[in-house]
Design a protein around this ligand. Structure first.
Ligand code: G3P
Ligand code: CA
Length: 254
């Protein structure tokens, strides 16, 4: 790029590995988080839910059926039951030793090594999960923004507000699925009261939405990139971070 157009290319865009580097290793496992770090992603995203016995577990679906060799709802299984499951073979036999991690295990291993974007997944199924996540972050000294790059987000905006009231110094984001009506200024005004990030589906994104989010003093990390074209588009329109299954598709740095 010529000197006149260098600014956009030089902007630091956060490369965020979705459920870890889930294009290359089974989602939401230590192998996927390790791969994200190896690939030099700035952060990885994970989904947190709660076991029957109140432990914070890292898994996307509300059942274990798709990503393990077991069956049943996360909320009806104990941690011990979930720990006995194979969380890697569905992706490839090479990952047969992977198990469902707890949030504590992930923080123990990756605190100081990677930013972590924590999604509270289906929190209405797990009363009290906001306090438990806050307690786990506090136990790991991750309750102050200067300590590490930690962001908490959810599609459930009440849950985001609840978390924010408990740990106001940890940045939070609202997730938004595709809505043909777009995102109104009224919505942005209400998000701004507590949120630092507005993270819509990439299908909602254009340069003007990003500008409006910035005008309301928030940042945006759209999701989920699975091809190079979308990565290039989001870099071009000025996303602040990009949530991707393939961290190597999203590296604007020379
Ligand atoms: O981080 C955003 C993205 O993870 C939201 O969708 O279904 O992959 O949790 P989902
Ligand atoms: Ca997620």
């Amino acid at each position: 790029a010529s000197e006149g157009t260098a600014t956009k290319a030089q902007k630091q865009v956060l490369n965020i590995a979705h459920r870890g580097a889930s294009g290359y290793a089974p989602e939401n496992t230590m192998a996927a988080f390790e791969k994200a770090v190896e690939m030099k992603a700035d952060m990885f995203e994970l989904d947190v839910q709660m076991s029957k016995d109140g432990e914070l577990v890292v898994i996307h679906d509300t059942t274990v059926d798709r990503t393990t060799d077991g069956t049943g709802s996360v909320k009806d299984l104990t941690l011990e039951e979930m720990k006995s499951l194979d969380a890697g073979s569905w992706f490839s036999e090479a990952f047969a030793d992977e198990t469902i991690p707890t949030l504590g295990e992930v923080l123990d291993e990756y605190k100081g090594k990677s930013g972590i974007l924590i999604e509270l997944k289906a929190p209405s199924l797990y009363p009290g999960i906001e306090q438990k996540v806050a307690d786990e972050l506090t136990a790991h000294h991750l309750d102050k923004p200067e300590n590490e790059k930690i962001i908490v987000q959810s599609f459930d905006h009440e849950s985001v507000q609840k978390f924010h009231d408990i740990l106001p110094e940890v940045p939070v984001g609202v997730l938004l699925g595709y809505n043909p009506e777009g995102i109104s200024d009224e919505q942005l005004e209400s998000f701004k009261k507590y949120a630092d990030y507005v993270n819509p589906s990439k299908s909602m994104i254009d340069a003007s939405l990003i500008e409006r989010i910035h005008d309301f003093n928030m940042l945006t990390h759209p999701w989920t990139v699975r091809d190079r074209e979308s990565a290039n588009f989001l870099l071009e329109v000025g996303a602040d971070g990009i949530i991707t299954d393939y961290p190597d598709y999203v590296d604007p740095r020379p």
